[in-house]
Ligand binder design. Structure first.
Ligand code: HEC
Ligand code: HEC
Ligand code: HEC
Ligand code: HEC
Ligand code: HEC
Length: 217
């Protein structure tokens, strides 16, 4: 007389198979959710509480991105400017402008401006600004001509295919780090782009990163 009736074998085998299949089912489920409801959100317009215009601040005024997004080289997150940074200029410049009324109000209440985010990766994706910036991938490569945008919109699909395509062969996308925030840098036409890419990759110790755990940790 066996300790357990025979059908329990089948049950344990079946549950084994189901356990093995579980990750695949979860992944398929994720794929359906991501592809169906979220889309890529490219070029979507996001209304902001204050009409902050990058054209005036980056294009005309030539303020470096890092003046406001000051953690972009040191941290995974680029950071958004505090009202103290806005007021470093606007206490003097355009200090009567009605468009700046709300900035003053948040500043004196010591509350951050509730900006709405434009770029949003799903939570199961790990992204890190400092790694990209320090290895020679410029803002414009992923964000486009921010200096020409009245309202920031998302220029790249931020899809897995987009990330992986560059990760497989990053060399053509690299630039010298001193031009990381330049919106207009172009490689010297006299220099072979492929050679430049290879040389920068060596200099910054750039690797291909296509294993799943690079981005899904
Ligand atoms: C380095 C100086 C500087 C900083 C920092 C700065 N601004 Fe400005 N801002 C300017 C200048 C100069 C203008 C006028 C540009 C023009 O019209 O050509 C301007 C214009 C503006 C205007 C339009 C005002 C109008 O009446 O047309 C708004 C709104 C504004 N800034 C918001 C902000 C906010 C919000 C911040 C902080 C996130 C900020 N600025 C940070 C220099 C600055
Ligand atoms: C004077 C301050 C200032 C400067 C300089 C500045 N930014 Fe910004 N940036 C902001 C503020 C404020 C926001 C939030 C409001 C918005 O989205 O427009 C923002 C938002 C963004 C966003 C969208 C964030 C999101 O919600 O996904 C990107 C991308 C960006 N900036 C890139 C850049 C780049 C690239 C440069 C340099 C070429 C730059 N910024 C220079 C203040 C600045
Ligand atoms: C390799 C592509 C890439 C590069 C290079 C890059 N970004 Fe981003 N940026 C992204 C992605 C992806 C997000 C969305 C991140 C998320 O949702 O977690 C983002 C988000 C942002 C945000 C919004 C952050 C927030 O808290 O809402 C700002 C601001 C920004 N980037 C500024 C910059 C600046 C400035 C540079 C250059 C110094 C830069 N980025 C370079 C891909 C890039
Ligand atoms: C235009 C090129 C480019 C794009 C687009 C890009 N990356 Fe990268 N990424 C790089 C380079 C170059 C590195 C540095 C690789 C190295 O040498 O470690 C890197 C490194 C990383 C790292 C660090 C990996 C590690 O193990 O240290 C992560 C995480 C990452 N990228 C995530 C992303 C995600 C997520 C996206 C898409 C939303 C993305 N990247 C889009 C070029 C790119
Ligand atoms: C360079 C970064 C990167 C690497 C490497 C990467 N992924 Fe992704 N993955 C992403 C991003 C970004 C998304 C989100 C795409 C979106 O929101 O459209 C994503 C989404 C997914 C999804 C959700 C469904 C989908 O297709 O959008 C699954 C499942 C997934 N990844 C599995 C994997 C597996 C398995 C690997 C290894 C073979 C892998 N990923 C390697 C960046 C990466």
């Amino acid at each position: 007389m066996p300790l357990f009736p025979r059908w329990t074998n089948t049950v344990s085998r079946l549950s084994g198979v189901m356990l093995l299949a579980l990750p695949a089912v979860a992944i398929a489920g994720l794929m359906i959710v991501v592809r169906s409801t979220w889309g890529t959100k490219q070029d979507r317009v996001v209304v902001q509480p204050i009409e902050f215009d990058h054209r005036h601040h980056v294009g005309d005024e030539g303020i470096d991105c890092r003046y406001c997004h000051y953690t972009v080289e040191k941290s995974p997150y680029p950071g958004l400017p505090s009202t103290t940074i806005c007021m470093s200029c606007h206490a003097q410049v355009w200090n009567k402008s009605p468009l700046l009324g709300l900035v003053r109000e948040y500043h004196f209440k010591e509350r951050p401006i509730p900006w709405n985010s434009v770029h949003n990766l799903p939570d199961f994706v790990y992204f890190n600004h400092s790694i990209h910036v320090n290895k020679g991938v410029g803002c414009v490569t992923c964000h486009g001509r921010v200096d020409q945008m009245a309202l920031i919109n998302q220029k790249s699909p931020l899809s897995m295919g987009w990330c992986v395509e560059c990760h497989r062969n990053p060399e053509p996308h690299l630039r010298p780090v001193e031009f990381i925030t330049s919106m207009t840098w172009q490689p010297d036409p006299a220099v072979d782009r492929q050679k430049l890419g290879a040389q920068l990759a060596q200099q910054y110790n750039v690797h291909t990163r296509i294993s799943c755990d690079a981005c899904h940790r």
